[in-house]
Design a protein around this ligand. Structure first.
Ligand code: AMP
Length: 278
């Protein structure tokens, strides 16, 4: 089947739905992580829709919106190779009219951890994801665990706003040396990349411990050892559903999350681990 490219909402409404529809929202510059989401969607759905939209609403004034990588033709090749049925690639003008007023609030959960460093980010994410859900009308949607707080907030939005959409989480795809794949990795110089490995190394080292205090200490030691080229925004050990910091006697699954800047590039990563197992 020929790949359909819908460049605006009028194009999209002309696309006929066939059976189960899966949506994979992305900002493009597609890599193996995105491919794994598309494959997960392909297994579950008759029709796979990939959206490619660099959403201005989720970038802060001093963030990388204007220089975010845009590689649309290469992204289409990836989508063709993965058997995607529809690519939705709207313009910002098509998504957001100048008279718009109403948006989604991520609540308190959108203001902690990653949200504390990116005010308004998760409101922008949830607003565009809800719009994409309404425009595409999928039965299911796939998101990466790489953006663990985003995934948790999307699950929260679906529950709180009664959206009839199944949310699937996909594991983080990494380079052989541990670096989590990200569209922003292309900003990294060779030296930056070596420094950036401290993120995944810190998470692995932390995950080898069992108690919260030891996990935090072990991971922090690795980040500190990376030197002044690494500026850590946060290292957080949180409940995966709420992103609230866990207490020392917490039992069960938790997320160890980190964000840091390397040479002007901000990277995030996380792992899921089990705390204080019996
Ligand atoms: P982005 O294009 O960065 O907005 O990401 C689009 C989707 O791909 C999100 O659901 C991300 O969590 C997911 N994603 C990004 N990087 C990875 C990765 N390394 N492994 C798995 N999923 C990823």
């Amino acid at each position: 089947m020929e790949l359909i490219v819908a460049r605006n909402r009028e194009d999209l409404v002309k696309v006929r739905h066939e059976g189960t529809v899966a949506l994979v929202p992305t900002m493009g510059a597609l890599h193996e992580g995105h491919r794994s989401l598309i494959r997960q969607a392909r297994v579950r759905a008759d029709q796979v829709v990939v959206s490619i939209f660099v959403n201005p609403l989720q970038f802060g004034p001093n963030e990388d919106f204007s220089r975010y990588p845009r590689t649309f033709e290469a992204d289409l090749d990836v989508c063709r190779a993965e058997g995607v049925d529809v690519v939705f690639h709207p313009s910002a003008e098509d998504m957001y009219t100048p008279d718009r007023q109403v948006s989604v609030s991520a609540g308190e959960m959108g203001r902690v951890v990653e949200g504390a460093f990116r005010p308004g980010h998760f409101d922008g994410v949830l607003t565009v994801v809800l719009k994409l859900f309404n425009l595409v009308r999928p039965d299911l949607a796939v998101f990466g665990q790489k953006d663990a707080q985003q995934l948790a907030l999307i699950r929260r939005m679906v529950a709180d706003l009664d959206l009839p959409i199944e949310i699937l989480g996909a594991p983080t795809v990494r380079e052989p040396d541990g670096l989590a794949l990200s569209s922003r990795n292309r900003y990294l110089s060779d030296d930056d990349r070596r420094v950036a490995l401290a993120l995944s190394r810190a998470l692995r080292t932390g995950a080898a411990e069992l108690a919260p205090a030891e996990i935090r200490r072990a991971a922090r030691a690795v980040l500190d050892a990376a030197g002044p080229e690494l500026t850590v925004d946060y290292l957080a050990l949180v409940d995966p559903a709420t992103f609230a910091e866990v207490s020392d006697d917490y039992v069960g699954l938790a997320v160890l999350a980190v964000a840091a800047k390397v040479g002007g590039t901000r990277l995030i990563d996380n792992v899921t681990l089990t705390l204080n197992p019996a």
